[in-house]
Structures are given as structure tokens and as C-alpha cells.
Design a protein around this ligand. Structure first.
Ligand SMILES: Nc1ncnc2c1ncn2[C@@H]1O[C@H](COP(=O)(O)OP(=O)(O)OP(=O)(O)O)[C@@H](O)[C@H]1O
Ligand SMILES: [Mg+2]
Length: 1047
């Protein structure tokens, strides 16, 4: 039999002598009542040491196979498996470590077993006695030998207690901590990795890099560092920042730490993409800030605004630092490098999965703020410290056909893989595409249905489950389901619940199930290591995705052993083998969007010239890696030759030139960001997107701006999926589509534009059979688009105001109001913003000639009720709501002695009076603070004034004074006032001063057509435009106070 497989040496629990030895963990556990541990495990605070059947939360283990069942197992056909380079000789699969008679190395598991042995529990599925593993694996983890302490002075040293050694490491009791911290650790003794790190984490200020396997208890080391900080700084005089790569991890940490540290007076505040303004307030008062690198990046990009807060940061905890190798790791790298440069007193503690070059992370972080030339303290632990024994197998298969054919081949192999490795426990199969999840589920369901009851590898469903999707319904009858983001939400939840309850035993899913949903299982199969990535077709998973998928197997609190199989192409085996064994070198990704980060640093003042750019670059992880692996880092425009020094110079110069070319930074000797570069950093806009925004034509129309938004790099993954185009063609031809796409639908930008307009015009998603299945995907993409679009449009507005282009700014503001309200600003649909009014009600009102909220407010309540067939008090309530809708007023006049003659024309001193018509000033609308924008322009398209005022300051109205230069007697001044993000709120006022012709210079031959410039209405035309060349002056940042406008 030839079969590619990777089995790390984890079956290392060997008896040491005949006499039973307890490790400290066992001792601790044996002192606790069983029920305590069960509760802890259910809460995720401890490993599950009870037999599976005794746990509520644990996935079920199926009826253990009898010998007869084993015989029914279909043997894997050797010939079908192509040999991999690490092919074992015949029988590897048979010898594979997946045998049921193997034990987890988890001491908890062993303790439990002994507990049953001693206390008469009859769970005999566990094997014979095992003892503490003191075996020392020299070949596997030599570094551990290098660092094993002679004796940790803080270890538990009670005269009556035995020395407790695990893997040669003496365990430390939690009693070594001051009493007030003890409750943070819900166990009596630190485990080996925690004990080994105790001294550095709790008794020193050194930076620390800890790399150890999943579930080995790394979080406690962070908690020790928090305790250290709390011990040396008075409350209120420091902040701690914890960064994790996903919101789900942050949410979990927030819950856990608020409970643990809140009682010590150390409040935690979560600052993630989902956080709102009040969370920002909590951050001011909290001690521990829990955030993602992206969010912390955007905070620290404005760090001068939050300078006090930033200066208080004393400790930065980085969870899952190995994301450095993912594209988004660049953000982490930039933000940590920035924190090193702005906060001189920050200690770093970073946690990583097993990586071979954790010393590079240590070099990057430095020993402490004053000893950056020395590396941070590094602790590295191997697989033998993994509490849940996870057998990982990488199976390579010969691929002769295309992606589709290869995927089919893997599907055919899948039953054998399940037969061999599943231990008849729950299985999760990760598939490359949504379609793949469905076809794989179907295949497995049929396989199960055809097999004899004894030859089945999972139980029949315990109860009948109802699903909306008929295909899903067919599968769940065989206890198999599929799960992907395109499923109806109700079906998705039903599948998840059924899996946890045991009514579904096999889930075929896409990688989305690996994050967010806590569905642990015994056996994970990654069937094919590629995934569908829009128009680029299939692409290999990111490493983090693979690790997250593998991580579904054997969560420590649920299981004691687990199995994971990666099925991939033969040539990829080596790569995955290295990955799962933690041998893959961690590289940087900062070079991929270096331009964005350089722009942000120039804005912060960290970089002021090419020299300081290079200095900044040498403080990054990228630099640490470039020194060792130059060839890996090929940058666009960099020929890759010369020594490292030359290359760094070239990289810095090239990026600075690019930023200057697009007028994002000044060309002075001291580099500064322009207002445009400032907006790019402030709104977190990708450089590629910024180039599109900077190419907007002067006096851009709504359609131009919509087209630019749709082209944003942030949306480039939203491509047309197979079969979707016909649905989007129907949408494109809908008469309500304002800016239809006049060419064949092909680009992401086409799709994005159509989606945005479908929402703004409340167009019904086509209900044809072939469209219905794309609805869920459409909803997902609407969510993605509206997640980014607000900051993007704000960036455009800021740039256009700065450009002194009031026409573009006004159109962008109109689009911003539409996007904020999710209806076109100038359509009767804006009535939808009133709670209780939907598109059908709007249609009824429009038929009765009610087109605005003011019209509605003037109605009698019984007429409203008659129109929409509702009973009182519906009408009266609706009128009340309309009364609360923000209604602005504006008047405009030329002040006294307001005219003065100049060479270029006449200067008029203008006065605009603005305020609300509402009886009570609407400080909030739909639970959001209301802001008002004021824009004044001349009829020839020059910006005269712009400001943004909080509604709070308008309770008595406000006069806005500004001067207007008119260059011809026909020109007028128009002012606009509007609420941000609230559709239908714009009001305007114009003044056409009657001044004698003699006051103006002789008219020039060419003058702009005022009416064209004033117009907002455009003919139906393309929503995607070609760019026009840029043509405007660029003031350096600081010339205006625009930045504060939006805050
Ligand atoms: N000394 C200990 N004694 C008993 N249980 C412990 C101990 N330390 C940690 N645990 C438990 O082990 C489980 C895993 O811990 P933790 O989440 O910190 O692991 P991790 O190394 O961060 O894993 P991952 O890589 O998945 O993030 C938790 O349920 C925790 O309560
Ligand atoms: Mg962790």
C-alpha cells in the first residue's frame, strides 16, 4: 500500500516503570469533584476529562465498533492512492496512528481514566493505564532541552509535596501568585508550557515570544503578563492592548477576560469592526483593549488624536502572531512596528502556533524597548505538549485532469478515508466550492444509505429534521448535511444544531465553517486544498484557513484525541506536511501593500524622507526576513539585484515616487501627506482604490462617483459566480436601474454597481427559478459592500472638498446620503426611513401623490390609515414619526456693506442662516447622532464654503458667514444644507445679486454653462465610466481643517 501520510510522533505516552506516577495536573484534577470539571469544560475553561458520554457539550461518540463492524470496513485500495515522496512501505494506513487503542497525551485524560479505575466508573472504552510522560524527545524538540530550567525557583516547593515534573519541566503552583490574581487561573497548577514561561511572563519585563501547539494553554501566559503589569502599575495609569486576528476570537477573549479581570477593576473593552461610537468611549475608560490588527491600525493611524491613550499602553499582547504570513498579517506587522516607534515603553508578548523561525519574531520585537538589538525571550514547545492528540495525515493524489476532475477523484476516495480514520465519530469535510459541498454530501448520503446497518460509519439520525432546501432534506435523512454561506440562514442554523445534537453526523462545508461557528468534531477532512476565488478560479487556501479547518478537530474542551486528513495533489504534499508539522518558515507579507503603510507612516510623521522610510523598514519583520531570504521578496519595479541595502533604498524610493505621482504626499524635501493622502489613511483606503478616486473627472456626476466606488479594490473579490450573470442581466434591464451597464456584464465593478443600485432603488431580486438560488449570495455581497462603502464615499467627499470642486462634492454627498439610508436620496423611497414604511407602502403613498415626508406629515391620520388599510392609531403614530424626521431650513442673503470690487470681479459678503424646522432638534435619528453639512458654491462651479456641524449645536440655528467672488453679473450663489447619511434632507437657497455690469471685468469668451453644472439629474447612462486625467492643484495637508470635519 502506498499512501502519503504525515503522522507526527505524538503517540509518546509510554509507561515509565511499573509504578503509577501522577503529574501535577492529575493531582489537581483528582482533588476536584467530577461535576466541577464537567461544568468547567462546558464553559470552555478546562479540558474535558470525563468520558464523552458524560459530557453535555461533547460531540457524541458513536456506538463503538465491534469486531464485526471492523471486518465490514472496506479496506482502502492501495493502488488508488498515488505515492507521495514520503510514501511508507506497505501497510502504512493499516499501521496508522488512528487505531482506537491509542491514547491522548492529555494528562487530564489519563487522570480521568485513573479516576474511573479507582472510583469504579465502568467506562471501559479507555485503554490500560498510562503514566506521566517524562520521556524526553531529543530529536524532536532539542530546543526544549536547551532551555529546561535547572529548577524554577517559583515552583511549588512544599516540603510534603513531591516535585512535579512534566517533560522535564517543574510545574509551578498558582499559589506562587499574589492572592488577588489566583482566581484568574481556574486550576491549581500551571502546566508545563505555562510553568516554563512563568518567570519571563510574570517576573520580568522582557518581551516574550511563545510558540506551542493548539490548546496547550498559551492564553494563561498572556494572563500572567497582564498580572505582571497590574502588579507594577497603579490602576488607571496604564492600558493593555490584546490583538487577535478574528472578531470571533476577540469576542471570546472579551467575555472571558471581563469576567476574570473585571473583578480586579481591570475592565475590558472590545474594539473591532463591529464596535460603535460608545465602544470607543469604553476604550477610554477600560484598562484592557481587545481588538483586531485592522481596527488597531486605524486607531493608531490617528494616534495623535488619541495621543494620551496611546502613551498609556504598557503591554501589547499578540495572539496568533503567525498570521504574519497571511496577506492581512501585513497590517499586524505595520501596527506593531508603529507601536514600537510611538510608544517607547511597550512590552510585547506574542503567541504563535509552532513555527520553525520564532527567533525571527523575537528579533523583530527585541528584548525590551531599550534593547532592541537583542532578541525577545523565546519559548518554543513541540507537539508533545499538545493536550489533544491530533493525528494529521497528508494524502497526496495523482492529478491528471483539471481541477474539476481532480475534485471528483477526491470525492470518490472520500468514503475510504472516512472508513479508515473517522473512528465512527462526527466528521467535517471541507470542500472547495459550495456546489462541491452539496455533491459530496449527496455522495456520502448515498454511500451510507446503500451500506448494511453494520457497515455504516455513522448512526442514523436521532430524529427527523426539517430543512428548507430539498437537496439538504434528502441528505439529512442519512445524517449527512452540507453547509455554506449561500444557504438560507434557517437551514444553516438547523444544520449546526443538528450536528451538535447528534442528528447529523457528517457536515460537508466550505471553509467559512472553520471560523465563527464553534462546531468541534473528532475528524476533519480537507478534501482538496483549493477553493473557489471568484474570477481567478481555484486558488490554494491561505495557511491560516487550513490551520483553522484543522483546528475544528479536537477542541481541548470537547475531545481527547482527534484526526485530520488533508487530501491534496501529490506535488503539494510536501508543503502541507511542512505546514502541519510546524516546519514552514514564517515570512512577511508587508511588501504586498507597502505603499499603503508608507503613506500611513508619512501621515503620522514616522517617515519624513527616504532615509527615515528606510529606518522604519528596518524595524519591520519584513526586514528580519529579507536579510535571510531576499529572493522571496520580489517587489514590483524592484529588479531584485544588489545588496539588501540597495534594494531597501530602491523599494523606499519607488513607493515614495508612486505616492507623489498620485499627489498623496508632497514633493517637498520633508515628506508630508497631502489632504488626499490623509484621507486615504484616515478612511483606510487601499492605494489601488485611491488611484481610481484620484482619477475622478472634475465636476464628477453621481454616475462617475458610483463607478469609481464600484471599482474599489476592496470589492475585487466580488466577481460574477457561475450562473449568476443572467440574474444580473435581469436586474440591469429593470427600468428602476438608474445607471445601467451598457456593456456585457463581466467585471466585479459591474456587479458592485448593480448591487448598490438594486438596494437604493428597492428593486426586487428576480424570483425566477434560476435566480432564486443566487439570492443568499446576493445578500452576503450586499453586506460586504455596505460594510466598506461608507468610508470609501467619505474619502471621496473629503478629496472633492479639498479639490474645491463643489459639484463633485455635492454629488458625492448625495450618494453618501443615499448609501447611508439605503434609498436614493431624491426619490420618494426616502420615506422608507420612517419606521413602519416599506416599499409597498411607499408605492401606495406615491399613487396618492404623497412623495415626501413633509407631504405625509400634512396628511390626516385617518386618510393615511385608509390608504394603507391600517387601523388607528397607525396614522397618528406615523405622523409623529414624520415630525421627528430632521427637517432643515436655510436662508441666504448678502450682508450689509457686502460688496467690494476687485480686479477679478466682485466680492460679496454672504450670510446663510441654517437650523431645524423641527420643534425639538433631532439630535439623533435612527439611533445615530445627526450631523449637518453646509456647502456653498458659485454658479460657475467654485466651492465657496464647506462646514460640518453637529445637530446639537443647531438648537437655536446658526449664521454662517462667508465671502463669494463673482466674476460675472449673471452668476449666482447657492447654498446647500443637508444631514449626513439621511436621505431627503437637502435644502437649498440661492441669491442672484443685481449688480451693475460695470462692476465686473469684461466677459471672457468661454464660460461654463451654469445650468449644466447645477444639474443633478442625468440621462440614463453607464454606471461605469472611463477615467479622465487628473487636473487639479494639491495643497499640502494642514492647509485646512478638513480632517476634523467628519469626527
Ligand atoms: N494549567 C492548566 N490546567 C488545566 N487546564 C488548563 C490549563 N491551562 C489551560 N487549560 C485549559 O486548556 C484549554 C486550552 O487553553 P488555551 O485556549 O489557552 O490554549 P491555546 O494554546 O491558546 O490554544 P489555541 O492555539 O487553540 O489558541 C482551555 O480550556 C484552558 O482552560
Ligand atoms: Mg489561544
Amino acid at each position: 500500500m502506498q499512501y502519503g501520510s504525515y503522522c507526527p510522533q505524538m503517540e509518546d505516552v509510554s509507561a515509565v516503570g511499573g509504578e503509577m506516577q501522577y503529574d501535577a495536573y492529575d493531582l489537581g484534577l483528582l482533588q476536584q469533584p467530577v461535576i466541577d470539571r464537567r461544568t468547567q469544560a462546558a464553559e470552555g475553561r478546562a479540558r474535558l476529562t470525563l468520558p464523552h458520554s458524560a459530557s453535555q457539550a461533547a460531540p457524541r461518540s458513536f456506538v463503538q465498533p465491534t469486531q464485526r463492524v471492523e471486518r465490514d470496513t472496506e479496506p482502502i485500495e492501495p493502488a488508488r492512492y498515488a505515492p507521495s515522496h514520503f510514501t511508507y512501505d506497505g501497510g502504512l494506513v493499516a499501521r496508522s496512528s488512528s487505531s482506537q487503542n491509542e491514547l491522548a497525551s492529555s494528562p487530564a485524560y489519563k487522570a480521568n481514566e485513573r479516576r474511573h479505575h479507582y472510583f469504579g466508573n465502568l467506562d471501559h472504552q479507555l485503554p490500560q493505564e498510562n503514566t506521566v510522560n517524562e520521556r524526553y524527545q531529543e530529536d524532536e524538540e532539542r530546543h526544549v532541552a536547551d532551555t529546561v530550567p535547572q529548577r524554577i525557583t517559583n515552583s511549588l516547593n512544599l516540603p510534603h509535596a513531591p516535585r512535579m515534573l512534566v517533560q522535564g519541566i517543574e510545574l509551578v503552583s498558582t499559589h506562587e501568585l499574589p492572592d488577588r490574581f489566583r482566581a484568574i487561573f481556574p486550576f491549581p497548577v500551571f502546566n508545563a508550557i505555562q510553568s516554563k514561561s512563568f518567570k519571563t511572563a510574570f517576573q520580568s519585563n522582557d518581551n516574550l515570544v511563545l510558540s506551542s501547539p493548539t490548546g496547550s494553554g498559551k492564553t494563561a501566559v498572556l494572563e500572567l503578563a497582564v498580572c505582571r503589569t497590574a502588579n507594577i502599575f497603579p490602576v488607571g495609569q496604564y492600558k493593555i492592548v490584546y490583538q487577535a486576528p478574528t472578531k470571533a476570537l476577540c469576542a471570546e477573549r472579551q467575555r472571558d477576560w471581563q469576567k476574570k479581570f473585571g473583578s480586579l477593576g481591570l475592565d475590558c473593552a472590545e474594539l473591532t469592526g463591529d464596535s460603535n461610537a460608545s465602544d470607543l468611549k469604553n476604550v477610554q475608560s477600560a484598562t484592557i483593549i481587545i481588538t483586531t490588527p485592522e481596527k488597531w491600525d486605524s486607531m493608531t493611524r490617528k494616534w495623535k488624536d488619541h495621543e494620551k491613550l496611546m502613551q498609556l499602553v504598557r503591554l501589547c499582547l499578540i495572539d496568533e502572531v503567525h498570521i504574519l504570513k497571511e496577506a492581512r498579517g501585513a497590517t499586524l506587522e505595520a501596527v506593531v512596528s508603529r507601536m514600537k516607534s510611538i510608544g517607547s515603553q511597550i512590552r510585547f508578548v506574542a503567541l504563535s502556533a509552532t513555527v520553525p523561525n520564532s527567533e525571527d519574531i523575537a528579533t523583530w520585537l527585541g528584548k525590551d524597548p531599550n534593547n532592541q538589538h537583542l532578541p525577545a525571550v523565546r519559548e518554543r514547545f513541540g507537539e508533545e505538549f499538545r493536550p489533544v492528540k491530533l493525528q494529521k495525515h497528508v494524502c497526496g493524489f495523482q492529478s491528471n485532469g483539471n481541477d474539476f476532475a481532480f475534485d471528483q477523484t477526491l470525492s470518490q476516495k472520500l468514503p475510504n478515508v472516512i472508513a479508515k480514520y473517522s473512528h465512527r465519530k462526527p466528521v467535517m469535510v471541507f470542500c472547495a466550492t459550495r456546489q462541491g459541498t452539496q455533491s459530496t454530501a449527496k455522495l456520502l448520503a448515498e454511500w451510507w444509505a446503500k451500506a448494511s446497518p453494520m457497515g455504516r460509519y455513522w448512526e442514523a439520525p436521532r430524529k427527523r429534521i426539517k430543512m428548507i432546501d430539498p437537496n439538504l432534506q434528502d441528505c439529512v435523512d442519512s445524517a449527512v448535511a452540507f453547509h455554506h454561506a449561500g444557504l438560507e440562514l434557517a437551514d444553516r442554523h438547523a444544520v449546526e444544531t443538528a450536528f451538535l445534537e447528534g442528528s447529523v453526523s457528517v457536515i460537508c462545508c466550505t471553509s467559512t465553517l472553520a471560523v465563527g461557528v464553534n462546531l468541534p468534531c473528532h475528524f476533519v477532512v480537507i478534501k482538496n486544498t483549493v477553493t473557489y476565488a471568484g474570477g481567478v478560479g481555484m486558488k490554494e487556501y491561505a495557511d491560516l484557513e487550513v490551520m483553522q479547518m484543522l483546528g475544528r478537530a479536537g477542541r481541548p474542551q470537547f475531545d481527547d484525541s482527534a484526526v485530520a486528513v488533508i487530501m491534496t495533489r501529490q506535488e503539494k504534499v510536501r508543503h502541507y506536511e511542512k505546514m502541519v508539522s510546524g516546519q514552514e518558515v514564517l515570512e512577511s507579507c508587508l511588501h504586498l501593500n507597502l505603499t499603503d503603510h508608507l503613506n500611513a507612516e508619512i501621515g503620522l510623521g514616522t517617515i519624513t524622507d527616504a532615509y527615515s522610510a528606510k529606518t522604519w523598514l528596518t524595524g519591520t519583520f519584513l526586514y528580519v526576513r529579507m536579510k535571510q531570504n531576499q529572493n522571496h521578496y520580489r517587489l514590483e519595479g524592484d529588479i531584485g539585484s544588489g545588496d539588501l541595502d540597495e534594494r531597501l533604498d530602491r523599494i523606499c524610493n519607488r513607493d515614495i515616487e508612486l505616492l507623489q505621482e498620485y499627489e498623496l504626499v508632497t514633493s517637498d524635501s520633508k515628506l508630508e501627506t497631502t489632504e488626499y493622502g490623509g484621507a486615504m489613511a484616515r478612511y483606510y483606503v487601499n492605494f489601488a482604490t485611491m488611484k481610481v478616486f484620484m482619477d475622478l473627472p472634475p465636476k464628477a456626476k453621481v454616475s462617475d462617483i458610483l463607478a469609481a466606488l464600484s471599482k474599489a479594490a476592496e470589492f475585487q473579490e466580488l466577481r460574477f459566480r457561475a450562473g449568476e450573470k443572467s440574474t444580473y442581466k435581469i436586474l440591469n434591464d429593470n427600468p428602476l436601474m438608474r445607471y445601467r451597464i451598457p456593456v456585457d456584464l463581466a467585471l466585479s465593478a459591474h456587479k458592485v454597481s448593480l448591487i448598490i443600485q438594486t438596494v437604493l432603488s428597492s428593486i426586487d431580486f428576480p424570483d425566477e427559478e434560476k435566480s432564486r438560488k443566487h439570492r443568499a449570495q446576493y445578500n452576503t455581497e450586499v453586506a460586504i459592500i455596505f460594510q466598506h462603502v461608507h468610508r470609501l464615499i467619505r474619502c471621496i467627499i473629503d478629496c472633492q472638498i479639498q479639490r474645491d470642486d463643489p459639484v463633485s462634492a455635492r454629488n458625492a454627498l448625495m450618494l453618501a446620503r443615499s448609501l447611508g439610508a439605503r434609498v436614493w436620496d431624491d426619490s420618494p423611497l426616502h420615506m422608507k426611513q420612517i419606521e413602519g414604511i416599506g416599499p409597498i407602502t411607499v408605492r401606495k403613498f406615491v399613487n396618492a401623490n404623497i412623495k415626501t415626508i413633509e407631504d405625509l406629515e400634512r396628511m390626516e391620520s385617518h386618510r393615511i390609515e385608509g390608504l394603507v388599510s391600517r387601523n388607528p392609531p397607525f396614522g397618528a403614530k406615523l405622523i409623529d414619526k414624520c415630525r421627528a424626521f430632521p427637517k432643515l431650513r436655510i436662508s441666504l442673503s448678502a450682508g450689509h456693506n457686502s460688496v467690494s470690487k476687485r480686479n477679478e470681479g466682485v466680492i460679496l459678503n454672504m450670510k446663510a442662516e441654517i437650523g431645524f424646522l423641527n420643534e425639538i432638534v433631532p439630535v439623533q435619528f435612527n439611533r445615530k447622532a445627526v450631523y449637518v453639512c453646509f456647502l456653498a458654491e458659485s454658479s460657475d462651479g467654485r466651492k465657496l464654503h464647506f462646514c460640518r456641524i453637529s445637530a446639537k449645536k443647531l438648537d437655536k440655528g446658526q449664521d454662517i458667514l462667508f465671502s463669494a467672488l463673482l466674476t460675472s453679473s449673471t452668476q449666482s450663489v447657492t447654498c446647500y444644507v443637508m444631514c449626513d447619511d439621511i436621505a431627503g434632507t437637502m435644502r437649498e437657497a440661492s441669491v442672484q445679486p443685481k449688480l451693475p455690469l460695470s462692476m465686473f471685468p469684461a466677459p471672457k469668451l468661454q464660460s461654463a454653462d451654469d445650468s449644466e453644472l447645477r444639474g443633478n439629474k442625468e440621462p440614463r447612462k453607464s454606471g461605469i465610466n472611463n477615467s479622465h486625467p487628473r487636473n487639479f492643484n494639491v495643497p499640502a495637508r494642514g492647509h485646512s481643517k478638513l480632517k476634523t470635519c467628519w469626527e
